[in-house]
Design a protein around this ligand. Sequence first.
Ligand code: NAD
Ligand code: DAU
Length: 351
Amino acid sequence: MDYIKRIAITGGAGFIGSHLVRRMVQRYPQFLVVNLDKLTYAGNLENLSDLKDAPNYAFEKCDIQSLEAINAVFKRHRITDVIHLAAESHVDRSIDGPLEFVYTNVVGTVNLLEAARSAWADSFEGHVFHHVSTDEVYGSLGTDGFFTEHTPYDPRSPYSASKASSDHFVMAYFHTYGLPIKMSNCSNNYGSHHFPEKLIPLMINNILHEKPLPVYGDGSNVRDWLWVEDHAAAIDVIFQQGKLGESYNVGGLNEWSNLDLVHYLCDLMDRKLGKEEGSSRALIKFVKDRAGHDHRYAIDATKLTKDLGWKPSLRFEEGLDKTVDWYLSHPEWIENVTSGAYKAYYEKFYE
Ligand code: NAD
Ligand code: DAU
């Protein structure tokens, strides 16, 4: 079949990437989706086992730190478009070891830009390179105000510094070479298939196993939570209808302090697990704060709503309910990602 677009989605085996890949494969049979992923600890093909036999889906194990490897995938699949999500994504890991964040998030992004620039050198017409970024590039807010597309960049962790750097390279390729780029900067996502090192899945997993619930500092830091499938919908509309050379903020208009959120999860899970009220809250343990911990993130997504008609589809309480139900009904998923058994899945099906 001759596809209208042949899209490389990088990081497609990760949390957000797997939701996006599923959406694009199922909604658009006229597009070929090539999932390009190195399968780090955070990449899990089991997330996409339902798509294994889809005719418009292909998987390529590829490290974006290697330009040669990317070029080979571009050539093999005649890639026409890129949606770039592959990254080292965990702030705490970046504090522990920043270099891998530079190699993947900065050098990897520039490698992808170079691959696209040379593969599409005849004409950039009709191609799109969509870079998926984060609200963390804007730094930290006080008690009021929102991040808009015009907020100056002020990254404060090695993770956000590496994402900010990649954003600047993406914009530089637009201005210098005219590469057809689009960009989106999103707030915190939650939902199914979220690796249990991040706040919400870590708390769910620890509540289930009656382990301590580590709240950094005094728990007053605020995040703006968005359901992962709403983020995938936003990327889809920006990729297909957004303006070239522009960035779009994506957010949930849904601010919660970490402590309020952990309390809410504890009470929800006590009800679902038939436990005595307050028993999970008793597991909360205040621990040493994250170094350079950004106080508050909050996104103004007016541009995306006004220009492209996107808005979040799900109330947070509903989304958390669905998310907790998913983890409760998939204990083997948590077991596999924490034990590394999912690597066996890859070897069985792909090697
Ligand atoms: P994730 O850590 O769950 O997944 C990252 C994926 O990238 C994994 O599948 C991993 O194997 C792959 N990868 C890592 N290094 C690679 C390399 N060198 N080559 C190829 N593949 C590699 O991350 P996520 O939470 O799904 O985030 C995806 C993207 O969205 C990231 O760019 C992140 O910065 C951005 N983002 C995340 C959030 C969030 O709340 N999680 C919010 C806004 C933006
Ligand atoms: O804002 C978007 C960003 O959201 C993305 O760019 C990142 O990839 C993603 O990881 C996320 O970053 P955060 O640092 O906000 O997410 P995390 O889940 O690590 O932490 C959320 C908040 O909870 C933060 O204030 C730190 C706190 N926290 C986190 C963990 C893991 C705790 O209090 N205890 C914990 O054990």
